[in-house]
Design a protein around this ligand. Structure first.
Ligand SMILES: NC(=O)c1ccc[n+]([C@@H]2O[C@H](COP(=O)([O-])OP(=O)(O)OC[C@H]3O[C@@H](n4cnc5c(N)ncnc54)[C@H](OP(=O)(O)O)[C@@H]3O)[C@@H](O)[C@H]2O)c1
Length: 293
């Protein structure tokens, strides 16, 4: 493929607010761990991902009701025993809003750590905003940091109003990431949220970057893909990864998808490609409510 590496294409990095650099490409695990019959194949996919060079893994207590964290733990544990340095991994998980009270966050994190077979989570997110006051959740995150159970915390599905409210909470300015739906098909965050996050040096972690597979055969991506001897999915992903301050966590379980997505992190789109994609997927001209899956 023209202009691509074949290895852990995740050469691009994004800086967290504390200056730590994290690979811009990670692997999502929604739909993992939902069935005992597919668990072994999923562990194998995650081991392949580690071999290929993925270092960022996104999970949540919600996915498979803990099953995704369990299969991720089953893949990570032997790699760590086999010599993979823990600080080369960046494991993300999320607490459900109904568990996001100060005490609830501590209990949920302990359960997640057990399933992940880890002593700490690198980035722990509030999955979406619920009824618990933000300051209580932040207090829980701070306790977890003091205990060494998490390194960073952040949020997910927060629009600009929520981010501003969070910043005004005691300790809220320490938020490290906001994970939202961002893709060629869902460019809403570009209008206000993404510029604001850039200003505050809070990376945006793009979920569903290939629109849950909807972009894999999108006709508007074919000619750009052809020019790069790439697939439409790779173009969709390369476009997200080309946005400054943005990480992406495509989910894949098929080996060929895992490899293609790694390669896409090295695909350099030209100005003409961006112009063509802008014509097909227009940037937002006004504020839209944040889309959620
Ligand atoms: N915070 C939140 O509220 C939230 C919401 C949604 C998602 N997420 C996170 O974001 C991750 C990614 O989002 P997503 O799972 O919704 O959707 P996605 O990553 O946009 O799409 C996943 C789908 O695309 C397929 N695919 C992946 N790479 C491909 C490739 N190179 N070519 C062709 N098809 C490819 C996958 O197939 P296979 O699996 O069959 O390989 C899967 O069916 C999730 O797994 C989760 O970790 C977070």
């Amino acid at each position: 493929m023209a202009g691509m590496d074949t290895g852990a294409g995740a050469k691009r990095e994004v800086s967290l607010p504390n200056g730590e650099d994290v690979p811009a490409l990670g692997l999502g695990t929604w739909r993992y761990g939902e069935s005992a019959s597919s668990a072994d194949a999923e562990v194998a996919a995650l081991r392949l991902a580690l071999e290929i060079g993925y270092r960022v893994f996104d999970s949540a207590e919600m996915y498979g009701a803990g099953g995704a964290e369990t299969v991720l733990g089953r893949a990570l544990a032997p790699a760590l025993r086999g010599g993979l340095a823990r600080d080369r991994l960046f494991v993300v998980s999320k607490v459900l809003p109904e568990n996001a009270s100060t005490a609830g966050v501590l209990a949920a994190c302990e359960r997640s750590l057990r399933r992940l077979q880890l002593e700490r989570i690198d980035l722990y997110l509030l999955h979406w905003r619920g009824g618990v006051p933000l300051k209580d959740t932040v207090e829980g995150f701070e306790i977890l940091q003091r205990r060494g159970w998490i390194r960073h915390w952040g949020v997910s599905n927060f629009d600009l109003d929520d981010m501003r409210e969070l910043q005004a909470c005691p300790g809220g300015a320490a938020c490290s990431t906001n994970q939202v739906w961002y893709s060629l098909g869902e460019r809403g965050p570009e209008f206000e949220l993404l510029p604001w996050q850039r200003l505050h040096q809070i990376p945006l972690m793009a979920y569903s970057p290939i629109d849950q597979g909807e972009l894999v055969d999108h006709p508007a991506l074919h000619s750009v893909a052809q020019r790069h001897a790439a697939t439409p999915a790779q173009v969709a992903l390369a476009w997200v990864l080309a946005q400054p301050g943005v990480m992406a966590i495509p989910k894949a379980v098929h080996g060929v998808h895992l490899r293609h997505n790694c390669q896409a992190a090295s695909l350099q789109l030209a100005a003409a490609d961006h112009a063509e994609l802008d014509r097909a997927f227009a940037p937002p001209s006004r504020k839209r409510p944040l889309a959620m899956r």
